[in-house]
Design a protein around this ligand. Structure first.
Ligand code: HEM
Length: 507
């Protein structure tokens, strides 16, 4: 006889809270990871919490991530979750202001611009910008006096924010944006960025002064980009410098139906890319520099790797180049990978639930807690909820990783590493515009998975690898005090202030 298990279709358990509307806003907001881990202990991998009147259902572990990232279009919507936060910042007609099929096409067009040919040019441009910055910024003054073995203290997050925007604008954004950065563009960026704030996710359309400034900055920045495009069309540009940037690439491309992108679409895609890449990369760079500062012996191993790969017989190091860097710096690669394991910049990823989602009984994945509890129950996440993935939880799970809280880049050389042996096949899935890497069922997903997966991964690796290599070649460094804790008050996990490192120049 067949064993028939009772079908349970209850909503997931709700996290206990005292105040009805506020719900768990405080405990989630103060330390989302502690909140996730504590509640996973009590409720299993799937539970709901109240956040200022909303129902948010968290789905943890690789299978939870998969449920959120690879949910059907009829079931989950990113645009419904994000548009009121992002559209006022990016502008209309792009990303979450358009139907998903259009976003998929826009991502494909951007991906075309992120080509190996362009990356080859970017390595030199990035090195040049970092070098210029370090030779002129007051933070690096001790190194500008040509004192042998000079040392100095640097506020690492501040420096990395500057370096990230300088290098991203020199490469992806193009000459005009890079030149304007020294003038008005930096202020516009600042005002726009202030609109990229969790409060605007939680309570949309608040009449805050910062939102008025955001809206004004968005208009100005949109016009600024559209003027660049018009000038380029009229041939008023320095073609040499701009032919490898994203504006140039988007100006040459068309949608599937043959329609070229409108100027306003290109402008707003460029703003979206600026925002998507800035905080993620600057946070990762800062955490990477800080983690290395806590393990100076790894900095020396990275230096040895540079010498091995780029060293000349006279003791000098040849310039970095994309093709060599991509395949011949395995330790650097692992350092970035490990930094993203411990410090994925995005701690919570959301979708709005459009129609009920049955939670498969197998959701509690091996290696996560409460397998028994979830094994015999099938929850249904009701339409109207939000679902939330938090890949950072399984990335730091002591049940998944040996010494999960240890910064150990070399774990990535281990062929038994769970992320290499997980069920994640990283399959190519066709979402309507050609195959993309999907993945989803992995304990390691700092770039997400499925249709909304990051397209900036290769660029990020290039940018981070080039900048870290620059620092490794020129300096060694240590922490000034203790390792800083995480600050969760913005959309991105940043190091708490102060986060200073002490640099010493090599020669
Ligand atoms: C999407 C992480 C850098 C552009 C995403 C997502 C994650 C992520 C987790 C998925 C969001 C979701 O599912 O809701 C990161 C990390 C970065 C990084 C960790 C660096 C360390 C960049 C850069 C760019 C970029 C440099 C642009 C050049 C995008 C775009 C999407 C995306 C266009 C797609 C959004 C969507 O389809 O809804 N990123 N990102 N990212 N990222 Fe990145």
């Amino acid at each position: 006889a067949q064993l028939v298990l009772p079908q349970r279709t209850a909503a997931p358990p709700v996290v206990f809270h005292y105040v009805p509307i506020i719900g768990s806003a405080i405990s989630y907001g103060m330390d989302p990871y502690k909140f996730f881990f504590d509640n996973r202990e009590k409720y299993g991998d799937v539970f709901t919490f109240k956040l200022l009147g909303r129902n948010i259902t968290v789905a943890l572990g690789p299978k939870g991530s998969n449920l959120v990232f690879n949910g059907r279009l009829q079931q989950v919507s990113a645009e419904e979750a994000y548009t009121h936060l992002t559209t006022p910042v990016f502008g209309k007609e792009v990303v979450y202001d358009v139907p998903n099929a259009v976003l998929m096409e826009q991502k494909k067009l951007v991906k075309t611009g992120l080509s190996v040919d362009n990356f080859r040019v970017y390595v030199g441009q990035i090195t040049d910008e970092v070098n210029n910055f370090n030779s002129t910024d007051p933070a690096f003054a001790p190194f500008q006096k040509n004192v042998p073995k000079a040392t100095g203290t640097v506020d690492i997050f501040k420096a990395m924010c500057e370096i990230t925007i300088l290098t991203a604008s020199r490469t992806l954004q193009g000459k005009e944006v890079r030149d304007a950065l020294d003038k008005t563009f930096a202020d516009l960026y600042h005002d726009l960025d202030m609109g990229f704030n969790p409060i605007n996710f939680v309570i949309p359309n608040l009449p805050l002064p910062s939102n008025f400034r955001r809206d004004r900055a968005q208009k100005k920045m949109s016009n600024f980009y559209q003027e660049i495009i018009q000038k380029r069309r009229q041939g008023k540009t320095d073609a040499d410098e701009s032919e490898h940037d994203m504006i140039a690439s988007l100006m040459q491309q068309t949608y599937k139906n043959g329609r070229p992108l409108r100027d306003v679409e290109i402008a707003h895609i460029m703003i979206a890319l600026l925002m998507a890449g800035q905080h993620t990369s600057s946070a990762t760079l800062s955490w990477g520099m800080l983690r290395l500062a806590s393990r100076p012996e790894i900095i020396e191993e990275l230096y040895a790797e540079q010498v091995k790969v780029f060293g000349d017989s006279d003791g000098t190091l040849r310039p970095l180049d994309y093709d060599t860097q991509k395949v011949s710096l395995p330790l650097m690669d692992c350092v970035v990978r490990e930094t993203l394991r411990m410090h994925p910049p995005i701690h919570s990823i959301m979708r709005k639930v459009l129609s009920d989602i049955p939670v498969p009984p197998t959701l509690a994945a091996p290696g996560t807690v409460n397998t028994e509890k979830s094994a015999d129950s099938t929850y249904v996440i009701p339409a109207g909820h939000y679902v939330m993935a938090a890949p950072g939880v399984s990335q730091m799970d002591t049940k998944v990783w040996r010494d999960a809280d240890k910064f150990d880049p070399k774990r990535w050389f281990d062929k038994d590493n769970v992320a290499n042996t997980s069920e994640d096949k990283d399959e190519d899935v066709d979402y309507g515009w050609g195959a993309i890497k999907s993945g989803g069922n992995s304990p390691y997903l700092p770039f997400g998975a499925g249709r909304h997966r990051c397209i900036g991964e290769q660029f990020a690796y290039l940018q981070l690898g080039t900048i870290l290599s620059y620092f490794v070649r020129r300096y060694s460094w240590t922490l000034e005090t203790t390792f800083p804790g995480p600050d969760y008050t913005s959309m991105i996990v940043l190091p708490q202030q102060p986060a200073n490192i002490v640099l010493t120049e090599r020669k």
